[in-house]
Design a protein around this ligand. Structure first.
Ligand SMILES: Cc1cc2nc3c(=O)[nH]c(=O)nc-3n(C[C@H](O)[C@H](O)[C@H](O)COP(=O)(O)OP(=O)(O)OC[C@H]3O[C@@H](n4cnc5c(N)ncnc54)[C@H](O)[C@@H]3O)c2cc1C
Length: 385
């Protein structure tokens, strides 16, 4: 067991940090406040191979693992300019298509997802189902060779900037007649698909949408993989999602903590820097410890996933996502407190981190649902939901 990442991974981190430092927080905030996207950073990161580092080489990717993609995500966030769509486009959609897509689907989508010229977002959440994804009602039914998809999704990130959405719907099992989940690539321009912006109190260039699918007609080959094995395919995408969400939170926590420490060193009110007071120093030290534990857990989850140990990766990914979200929320709160009044000024730009890190406790899976999972699967307690 190695307790340090490979030389190659560390070099990747350094290179991504170098790129991100040329953009930095002011770039991210200016874009988010003006309603623009971080297109320049996304495009440059794509050209340099960072966005597709996990995707197969034969389709233009870097041939690396999810651990590499998670490292890219963390370093961007640590520099103050996280790219939320990395969690969905190359991580969930890229992984599912690489593992389960047809040759045609791989050729069509992977090169663009790898170099960032195409984005695919992911839609599972529904207004009435919420965390209980077994209750989703978006349905795909056969019409000749085509599919007709009808339903409603909510909180879907990035619909406005993606070419397609990977939609989780239900189809009827031909043998048993029971409804089962299936995955469809739905072009964002498809007739019958409309998206409505949700006004969020979240400072982010990426937006969330309610998506309506009204008899959206799709060709037969819009179905990804095998309709009868869709649950397995879905899980193949959800572990990467959790690992990426964890790395996103770890990076944001690093950014918050760094800003807090810098401020605590430079600000003096009672003759000494405020960081000399344990009331300021100890919470930050505690955050550093929690953050390091969350990073280790995230790296473990990615290593298990990359080793093909999906079951063990599932438990580790949930734990990592929980630990990272908690560490990030605490780090952001403490960073704001360290800044005093400046913590809630636009000039210092710290308060936005409170909502951004808080979102990590809710999405892509809430802390309560992770605790349910751990109680049941790790501890063997009765199922509570
Ligand atoms: C910024 C953001 C981006 C998002 N992007 C996407 C996206 O791109 N694609 C997508 O599909 N979805 C996306 N989501 C949706 C996200 O995955 C859901 O918000 C999340 O899964 C929780 O579902 P919900 O909001 O319906 O909460 P609910 O399921 O209504 O839950 C509300 C509260 O009740 C708790 N709760 C519910 N059931 C239980 C139980 N059995 N035991 C204990 N507590 C319980 C929850 O933990 C939560 O605290 C996004 C959400 C946000 C905030």
């Amino acid at each position: 067991m190695r307790y340090q990442e490979s030389q190659e991974r560390r070099e990747l981190r350094r290179a991504v940090a170098g790129l991100a430092s040329r953009y930095g927080r002011s770039y991210f905030q200016a874009k988010a406040r003006s309603g623009e996207k971080t297109d320049e950073l996304w495009t440059e990161a794509g050209k340099l191979g960072y966005l597709g580092v996990n995707l197969p080489e034969e389709y233009g990717g870097g041939g690396g693992g999810l651990g590499d993609l998670a490292a890219v995500c963390e370093e961007l966030a640590a520099a103050g300019c996280p790219l939320l769509l990395m969690v969905v486009s190359p991580a969930i959609c890229g992984t599912i298509i690489a593992r389960y897509g047809t040759d045609e689907q791989r050729k069509r989508w992977l090169p663009g997802l790898a170099d960032g010229s195409a984005k695919m977002v992911f839609a599972i959440t529904e207004p009435d189902a919420g965390s209980n994804s077994h209750r989703i009602t978006t349905t795909a039914r056969r019409d000749g060779d085509d599919w007709l998809v009808t339903g409603q999704k909510v909180f879907i990130s990035g619909v406005d900037e993606a070419q397609a959405v990977l939609v989780v719907a239900r189809t009827e099992n031909a043998r048993t007649g029971r409804l089962q989940p299936a995955l469809f690539v739905v072009p964002t321009g498809a007739a019958g698909l409309t998206a409505q912006l949700i006004q969020m109190d979240l400072l982010s260039p990426e937006k969330q949408f309610t998506m309506f699918l009204d008899d959206v007609r799709l060709p037969g080959d819009a179905l990804v993989g095998d309709a009868d094995a869709a649950l397995q395919q879905l899980f193949a995408g959800l572990n990467p999602e959790r690992i990426m969400a964890a790395s996103f939170s770890c990076g944001t926590a690093r950014y918050a903590l760094h800003r807090a420490v810098e401020y605590a060193k430079g600000r003096s009110v009672f003759k000494v820097p405020i960081g000399a007071h344990q009331a300021i120093a100890h919470p930050l030290a505690d955050s550093a410890i929690n953050l390091e534990m969350a990073r280790l857990m995230t790296q473990k989850a990615a290593a298990l996933y990359d080793a093909g140990e999906d079951l063990a990766a599932g438990e580790a990914a949930n734990m990592a996502k929980y630990a990272a979200a908690e560490a990030a929320c605490d780090a952001a709160d403490r960073a704001v407190q360290t800044h005093g009044g400046n913590g809630i000024t636009q000039e210092y730009g710290m308060a936005g981190l409170l909502v951004a890190t808080r979102a990590g406790r809710i999405a892509p899976v809430s802390r309560e649902m992770i605790l349910n999972f751990v109680a049941m699967h790790s501890l063997g307690l009765p199922k509570s939901y």
